[in-house]
Write a protein that binds this ligand. Structure first.
Ligand code: DC
Length: 240
């Protein structure tokens, strides 16, 4: 497939949406097909949440020591390491934490951690630095509104909470986690939606100039084709 990336005009693509809306998959696949860097901003919030859990600053019950988390931000270094299969793993202070950050115990504390304004500010500036040279696809909650308000292409992905919970349930089961219950995941998805939507700093909302996509009924291939067309439209327009 040819895309207008061949022309050399590199843009920023911002993909926002609720948890488990499939936005990371679509972002990663677009980045691979157009030769851009993919950044999962949620993984960065998850890495901070994992650090807080491991250092006794967060409990699985959701209690947080906010001041201690903020004070430890300078000690938290987050990197991404490309893998031979084209994906990348999240590194927390040099350690590969890709598996740990996806566990339910991290999902249970990440939204309140991500609601701490100082955590957001620190991660937003890291994300902006990563996008300085364009040629990036970043997904999250506030990428089109706060991190890259000037992104050339913004997508807002939506799907019902039930569809999203079922996707996450299937993903965890496929990874061999037989202890997960669909109802627990649905409750977690709905609670995270609530926190993400209502927090004071950078709540999840559709940027005015974002294109909406409800992918509840779409296959991966349909989703990829849809996104690549939007990408081509924008990069082609830039060439005229
Ligand atoms: O996309 P995810 O489920 O991995 O995101 C994990 C959490 O991080 C989620 O509760 C919302 C938060 N998040 C955020 O507040 N801003 C972002 N840009 C990305 C994620």
């Amino acid at each position: 497939m040819t895309t207008s990336t061949d022309s050399g005009k590199r843009i920023v693509v911002a993909i926002d949406g609720f948890s488990s809306s499939g936005k990371s998959t679509m972002a990663r696949r677009l980045a691979a097909s157009v030769g851009y860097r993919y950044i999962d901003s949620g993984a960065m919030y998850r890495a901070v949440a994992l650090y807080a859990l491991e250092h006794g600053m967060a409990t699985e019950g959701g209690e947080l020591q906010r001041e201690a988390i903020v004070a430890s931000l300078p000690q938290i270094k987050i990197d991404f390491k490309p893998q031979p299969d084209g994906t990348q793993h999240t590194l927390l202070n040099g350690a590969d934490v890709e598996t740990e950050i996806r566990q339910l115990r991290v999902s249970q504390v990440v939204s309140p951690v991500a609601a701490i304004p100082q955590v957001r500010r620190a991660l937003v500036s890291m994300q902006q630095a990563l996008g300085r040279d364009n040629g990036i696809v970043m997904d999250g909650r506030d990428i089109g509104t706060t991190v890259f308000p000037d992104a050339e292409l913004k997508i807002y992905v939506d799907a019902s909470a039930q569809t999203r919970a079922m996707r996450r349930y299937n993903e965890l089961r496929a990874k061999g986690d037989t202890s997960v219950q669909y109802d627990d995941i649905l409750a977690n998805v709905m609670e995270r939606d609530r926190i993400d939507r209502t927090r004071a700093e950078s709540p999840l909302r559709r940027a005015d100039d974002a294109i909406s996509l409800d992918n509840s009924e779409m296959t991966l291939e349909e989703q990829d084709a849809w996104l690549l067309s939007r990408f081509d439209e924008v990069t082609r327009k830039g060439e005229q």
